[in-house]
Design a protein around this ligand. Structure first.
Ligand SMILES: C[S@@+](CC[C@H](N)C(=O)[O-])C[C@H]1O[C@@H](n2cnc3c(N)ncnc32)[C@H](O)[C@@H]1O
Length: 210
């Protein structure tokens, strides 16, 4: 996944431009090189796992932030995506993510951001999840993660990322190894596990069938 659509990139910039000046840097925090590489990692590994999968997937992204992963998935997945929902507890994220993914939001809400706590979220009727992604697992305590995980239906493809960046005050559930990651996140039936060097810290990711 090396190229992105110009139309989509224009909407990324619009999302920044539309914000009040004192909020623009906040949106740019989600666009660091390490952030983009970690999202590309998800797209690449999902493409490898699902390249010959014929289902039309409903994807839920938790801790979806400003919608960059959803935009990348909608542009570059080699598997069919019906709809994506991006859930974040921070209401500020909703309109930014909807602008980042504007072409898909306008296409009958193929993409839509939602504001909710992941552990209280109720999956939409008629939009049962087939892929559930959590890129913010280090931002929630173990109880929140466990309640969130329990609510995922069986046979869903689960993707979780975490990291060992303990120095960030918002990171309350980091891990130091892939083994610790697997234990804390209840990983079983592994389809992919790996690490990504992100300059000052390591990211961890597993993909598995619940
Ligand atoms: C700052 S982002 C970073 C995530 C990840 N490290 C990455 O690189 O993509 C973390 C997001 O998780 C969201 N978040 C934290 N707790 C949450 C919860 N309980 N439910 C949903 N979203 C949550 C925050 O609002 C924030 O937008």
């Amino acid at each position: 996944m090396d190229t992105l659509n110009l139309t989509d990139i224009i909407h990324w910039f619009n999302a920044i431009r539309n914000l009040p000046e004192n909020q623009r840097y906040r949106a740019l925090e989600g666009m660091w090189d390490t952030q983009l590489h970690s999202k590309k990692w998800i797209v690449d590994e999902l493409n490898a796992i699902l390249s010959s999968d014929s289902r039309n997937h409903n994807v839920y992204v938790f801790g979806g932030w400003i919608g960059i992963l959803s935009s990348m998935l909608l542009q570059r997945s080699k598997f069919a995506i019906n709809k994506i929902r991006s859930i974040d507890i921070d209401p500020w994220c909703e309109s930014v993510a909807d602008t980042v993914c504007k072409p898909y939001e306008m296409d009958g809400w193929r993409f839509k951001a939602r504001t909710a706590d992941m552990c209280e979220f109720e999956y939409e009727h008629n939009l049962s999840p087939s892929i559930v992604i959590n890129t913010s697992s280090e931002h929630v305590d173990q109880n929140t993660y466990d309640v969130w995980y329990d609510s995922i239906p069986k046979n869903v493809l689960v993707v979780v990322q975490s990291n060992d960046f303990y120095d960030c005050s918002e990171h309350i559930r980091c891990v130091s190894s892939i083994q610790e990651f697997k234990t804390k996140n209840h990983v079983s039936n592994v389809l992919y596990e790996g690490t990504l060097d992100s300059k000052n810290y390591t990211r961890y990711m597993c993909m598995w069938i619940k």
